[in-house]
Ligand binder design. Structure first.
Ligand code: PMP
Length: 460
């Protein structure tokens, strides 16, 4: 490394507490400093090339060098760099984007509330549900249902909805009333002798039992990602979502689809709820909304929810919630341009067309001795590493094989995400058939080398 790289790395270690990072390890290994992007590729400060196989954090749909988004941001900054949307103030980009989102999402979602992150959007939903149920004179209806391994963010309320131990342990979460139901992942949570349909039936019976136990009049909403992504890329079992929707409707429980990763075509349909045939009352959007060129998220919700909240503001005054950056003009202008590119290049259709070769590529790793399951749908997939393929036994030291794989991946020029020992791929939506081939080639080389590396460390 040259002097600049060395001094940058030293400054990083000296100053920055990185999110989702083992800090003591980071002090030893230092950062991987990415300095530029080009299409689906990024380059580190030594000029080494990587395919960004996770599109950043499942988010950079149009790739890392889209000038039109840079221009949209620049033009908006020249015209009106900032204005807020409190107390009836408005500006054109946020109005236009709201209109666009209402047009794109399922028909019943007629209203939008903007935030800057997925976490803030899910916190907003929690508060909207509480506010709405107070307004409707049902102050007991405040609990949430979520799933183990679900991911909904890390702020106090959204982190409570998330169902991962690392986000709860030592953070004193959950801090809001939430029940986490069984993770709908057949490979890991299906029981001996149970087929997928029986697994679904068991999950739905559990949902009904929890509602009966808690009382439907105490439960505000059920939240779930159509396909659980950050928990390990876990497609739901057949019939699951139709069943959940039916039970929620029968019990007057709002259904929230957290589409932060599935949204905008990742599964080959505009939204994940369409892939799995259900209609949510509320939807969380973020990430691909701007291809992450600017921070932005949106809560989409039904007219009935809006009307209940609006009625209450007529009585008590303002809806006392909102962020300095809600509907930020530069972020919403970039979002509009990004969605225009989605349409012009038919990126959702592109994901649908690539699904066959991408999923075949992922599943081609199923025979590898360390791969317990190779899974996914649309343009998202994962392989789960196990110590014993026959019994599905995970490695005793969870996450070590994943970390080793990540390191080899870097050497092979492929960035994916190791979620414990699950290796996730979610490439940019502009990828081509050739890109998919190259991603699978690099993943294949990584897995080939992994066998020896795991044996060498004596991982069991
Ligand atoms: N919901 C889902 C489904 C997510 O995947 C994420 C982030 N990975 C979030 C919410 C939280 O978004 P943010 O990191 O922007 O707060």
């Amino acid at each position: 490394m040259d002097a600049l790289s060395n001094s940058l790395a030293a400054a990083d270690i000296a100053t920055t507490m990185h999110p989702y990072t083992n800090l003591r390890q980071h002090e030893q290994t230092g950062p991987l400093i990415i300095s530029r992007g080009d299409g689906i590729r990024v380059y580190d400060e030594r000029g080494k090339e990587y395919i960004e196989g996770l599109a950043g954090l499942w988010s950079v749909a149009v790739g890392f060098s889209e000038k039109r988004l840079a221009d949209a941001a620049y033009q908006q900054m020249l015209k009106l760099p900032y204005y807020h949307t409190f107390s009836s103030k408005a500006h054109e980009p946020s109005i236009r984007l709201a209109e666009k989102l209402v047009e794109m999402t399922p028909e019943n979602l007629t209203r939008v509330f903007f935030t800057s992150s997925g976490s803030e959007a899910n916190d907003t939903i929690v508060k909207m549900m509480w506010f709405m149920n107070n307004a409707l004179g049902r102050p007991k209806k405040k609990k949430f249902l979520a799933r183990t391994k679900g991911y909904h963010g890390i702020t106090v309320a959204s982190g409570s909805l998330t169902g991962l131990p690392i986000n709860h342990r030592d953070f004193d979460l959950p801090a809001i009333p939430v029940r986490h139901l069984t993770c709908p992942h057949f490979y890991r949570f299906g029981m001996e002798g149970e087929d997928e349909a029986a697994f679904t039936a068991r999950l739905l019976a559990e949902l009904e039992a929890v509602i009966a136990e808690e009382g439907a009049d105490t439960i505000a909403a059920f939240i779930g990602e159509p396909l659980m992504a950050a928990g390990g890329v876990l497609p739901p079992p057949v019939g699951y979502w139709e069943g959940v929707e039916k039970i929620c409707r029968a019990n007057d429980i709002m259904l929230i689809a957290d589409e932060v990763i599935c949204g905008f075509g990742r599964l080959g349909t505009p939204f994940g709820c369409q892939k799995f045939s259900f209609t949510p009352d509320i939807m969380t959007l973020s990430k691909q909304i701007t291809s992450s060129y600017m921070p932005l998220a949106a809560v989409m919700f039904s007219e009935a929810i809006y009307q209940a909240i609006a009625d209450n503001t007529a009585t008590i005054g303002n809806f006392g919630h909102g962020f300095t950056a809600s509907g930020h003009p530069v972020a919403t202008a970039v979002g509009l341009e990004n969605l225009a590119i989605f349409e012009e290049r038919d990126l959702i259709g592109n994901a649908a067309r690539l699904e066959a070769s991408f999923q075949a590529g992922i599943r081609s790793f199923a025979d590898h001795p360390l791969v317990g399951e190779a899974r996914g749908t649309g343009l998202i997939g994962a392989v789960e590493l196990v110590a014993d393929k026959a019994t599905k036994r995970p490695f005793a030291k969870v996450g070590r094989a994943g970390t080793i794989a990540g390191g080899i991946g870097h050497e092979e020029g492929l960035i994916f995400r190791a979620i414990g020992d699950q290796l996730a791929l979610c490439p940019p939506m502009i990828s081509t058939e050739d890109d998919v081939k190259e991603i699978m080639t690099r993943m294949g080389r990584t897995l080939e080398r992994l066998t020896g590396a795991v044996a060498k460390e004596g991982l069991e």
